[in-house]
Ligand binder design. Structure first.
Ligand code: ADP
Ligand code: MG
Length: 338
């Protein structure tokens, strides 16, 4: 009987998983898959929302006068509660498109380093955004599940998630997080470093979108078999005029070095905290790397060189967390039970 009512309730409700990332938000609808992926950006003019997601990101760095593009989750926590709420409501609505009278039950992946107050803030935002039930899941756990690691077994697994605002490193075993470490250093920090480098070495002013493009097109963490180069357009700092310079992958790699070291150190520190019984598992299974930063050229080589462990890059690093929330919903019927 209880089963029947549960099923009935299920017909009027539906479950979704949300990867609330600092750079990108993804929504997974149970039994359907990922239905939305958009930048975690909101464009505001005064207190009016002008655009959310992809449209808002296009405005980043080139917003006219009174318009500001806000990233409500900048450092892995909700920096701007109200804007985060607006953003989540927009994405939930867009993903679900009036699929039922009731709002969805929502499983949200959140950074592992957040405080109780921040957890509450995320939950409240989701309820405000129309959710009827809300559960949270640690982001590294979701990432590990999404990467296909066997997290329920008594085996140590290490996951490194290099996102926009943060890098999360965790050891998971028996469905729990044994140790985790969160560093406010991810893709954004790499972009900022490139912006500074272009200014100091080429006297060139470039916006955040250009910096990210440089990173994606020629950025690397380890020497490449074939080094790359590209033309970068910006504004000359002295003359204020448009200027184009040729940039090589070697120089960008060198500029990125200090930030990559922060990421490597977070991994090392986590390894140091690994209980001895699990350490041997890690030596066999190695480290799984997810998040957009996993796509940086040579990141696996760098991590292997610095830890000696086998490194695996997730099949689809940008989707791992959302996939993980989806798989978790798919495999556990009692996620929203009290
Ligand atoms: P978050 O979980 O914080 O939202 P994501 O996992 O979505 O972050 O990753 C976003 C970050 O990944 C951004 O900093 C972006 O620049 C970076 N990124 C995306 N593709 C690449 C790539 N090919 N090479 C290097 N960095 C990348
Ligand atoms: Mg993420």
């Amino acid at each position: 009987m209880k089963h029947f009512f549960k099923k009935l309730a299920g017909m009027f409700s539906y479950d979704i998983g949300i990867d609330l990332g600092t750079a990108n938000t993804l929504v997974y609808i149970k039994n359907q898959g990922i239905v939305l992926r958009e930048p975690s950006v909101v464009a505001m003019k005064g207190d009016k929302v002008k655009a959310v997601g992809e449209d808002a990101k296009r405005m980043l760095g080139r917003t006219p006068g009174s318009m500001v593009a806000i990233r409500p989750l900048k450092d892995g926590v909700i920096a701007d509660f109200e804007v985060a709420q607006i953003m989540m409501r927009h994405f939930i609505k867009k993903a679900c498109q009036r699929r039922s009278l009731r709002g969805p039950r929502v499983l949200i992946a959140h950074p592992s380093g957040i405080t109780e107050v921040e957890r509450r803030a995320i939950e409240d935002s989701a309820y405000e955004a129309g959710a009827v039930r809300v559960q949270l899941i640690d982001e590294p756990m979701a990432a590990a599940i999404g990467c296909g690691l066997r997290v329920t077994e008594p085996i140590g697994n290490m996951i490194v998630d290099i996102g926009g605002g943060t890098t999360e490193v965790a050891i998971v075993a028996l469905s729990g997080i044994v140790y985790s470490q969160s560093e406010n250093c991810g893709g954004d920090a790499l972009d900022d470093t490139i912006t500074q480098y272009m200014l100091s070495s080429h006297n060139l002013l470039v916006g955040p979108r250009t910096a990210e493009e440089i990173k994606i097109r020629i950025g690397s963490a380890h020497p490449l078999q074939q080094e790359l180069q590209m033309e970068v357009k910006g504004r000359d700092r002295s003359t204020g005029l448009p200027k184009t310079v040729e940039v090589r992958s070697e120089e960008i790699r060198e500029a990125l070095q200090p930030k990559l070291e922060v990421i490597v150190n977070a991994v090392r520190k986590t390894l140091d905290h690994c209980p001895p019984e699990l350490a041997s598992d890690l030596y066999d299974a190695g480290i799984m790397v997810a998040g957009g930063g996993a796509l940086l050229r040579g990141i696996a080589d760098l991590l292997h060189e610095q830890t000696g462990l086998p490194i695996t890059i997730a099949d689809d690093p940008l989707s791992a967390v959302a996939e993980g929330t989806g798989r978790y919903l798919q495999e556990n019927d009692d996620v929203f039970d009290d």
